[in-house]
Design a protein around this ligand. Structure first.
Ligand code: NAP
Length: 282
């Protein structure tokens, strides 16, 4: 058996077209959705992510503002800048690109962002609302994963979802979103005993570990849905996921590739959140 490919890039492109149409409608009503990204320092990976967000925003017709601040900025100066953008009416979504320099407290920074503009969905208020199933900005990568599964018309209700990884930005929220869809969820992490055996119970296996080709076919039940969140740069310069794609595709029923799988959905859901925020100002 060879797994069916979950074509994240194609699904993301379809959704971005719909978002662009929504932006057009809003513009006709006099509202231009605006997204601001604060980039501190000059980390090349962060800069490349921010460039991608800017390009995608502009393609969708969203006003994009990049606010660059030097590595040496104090936490207080950054908090003041967030406060300014919180009150800027042109801006409906604000995010601070992570990671931040060590002398700045990330939690304090995230909490300073107005929950009304928290399009990354990282603010404790957004996370709390997500946990109790209220409308809120959902974190982009986990939300993108749920949208991929929905697009493939894969049933979630009653299914056993195993998530490997428990980070605040991927593992924990994606498990919660599957729970909200009535799945039965198991979280695994570096201290999990018998990881392979637990992973093999999954109808849907989500892998967010940050280790290239960590999951091989012996972690995967025949016919399972395998979602690979990992993005790892190999020495050759090529990107690779946390799943050994060639090995696992013989066993899985569905699989996301890396690249062109989960990745393109992350920015798509950021655009979605920005438009959602702009709509709320109507
Ligand atoms: P992270 O914060 O480093 O978390 C990794 C998780 O994996 C931790 O919970 C850790 O367990 C667990 N883990 C590490 N080694 C393990 C092992 N041997 N067995 C079982 N669990 C293990 O990473 P992250 O931010 O969630 O990101 C995960 C991956 O997704 C990375 O490759 C990242 O680049 C990628 N990512 C992609 C996107 C996208 O848009 N496609 C977005 C975000 C992240 P402990 O908690 O016990 O340490």
């Amino acid at each position: 058996m060879t797994a069916e490919l979950i074509k994240g890039l194609e699904i993301a492109e379809k959704k971005r077209k719909q978002i662009k149409e929504k932006v057009e409608e809003l513009k006709q009503q006099g509202i231009t959705p605006g997204l601001a990204v604060i980039l501190v320092g000059n980390n090349p990976a962060s800069r490349s992510y921010v460039t991608g967000k800017g390009k995608a925003s502009e393609e969708a017709g969203i006003y994009f503002e990049l606010i660059e601040m030097p590595e040496t900025i104090t936490e207080e100066e950054l908090l003041q800048e967030i406060d300014r953008v919180n009150h800027d009416e042109k801006i409906h979504g604000l995010l601070v690109q992570l990671p931040l320099p060590k002398h700045i407290n990330e939690e304090a920074v995230i909490e300073k962002i107005s929950p009304e503009k928290d399009v990354d969905g990282f603010h404790p208020i957004s996370i709390g609302r997500m946990m109790i199933g209220q409308d809120t900005f959902l974190p982009c990568t986990p939300h993108g994963i749920i949208e991929l599964v929905k697009e493939m018309q894969i049933e979630m209700s009653g299914k056993h979802v195993v998530v490997i990884g428990r980070s605040n930005i991927v593992g924990k929220p994606v498990g919660q979103l599957f729970l909200n869809e009535n799945a039965t969820v198991t979280y695994c992490h570096s201290k999990t005993n018998n990881l392979k055996e637990v992973a093999k119970l999954a109808d849907i296996l989500v892998v967010a570990v940050g280790r290239p080709k960590f999951v091989t076919a012996d972690y995967v039940k025949e016919g399972a849905v395998v979602i690979d969140v990992g993005v790892n740069r190999l020495e050759t310069g090529k990107l690779c996921g946390d799943v050994d794609f060639d090995d696992v595709q013989q066993t899985a029923g569905y699989i996301t590739p890396v690249p062109k799988g989960v990745g393109p959905m992350t920015i798509t859901m950021l655009l979605h959140n920005t438009v959602l925020s702009a709509e709320c100002t109507k």
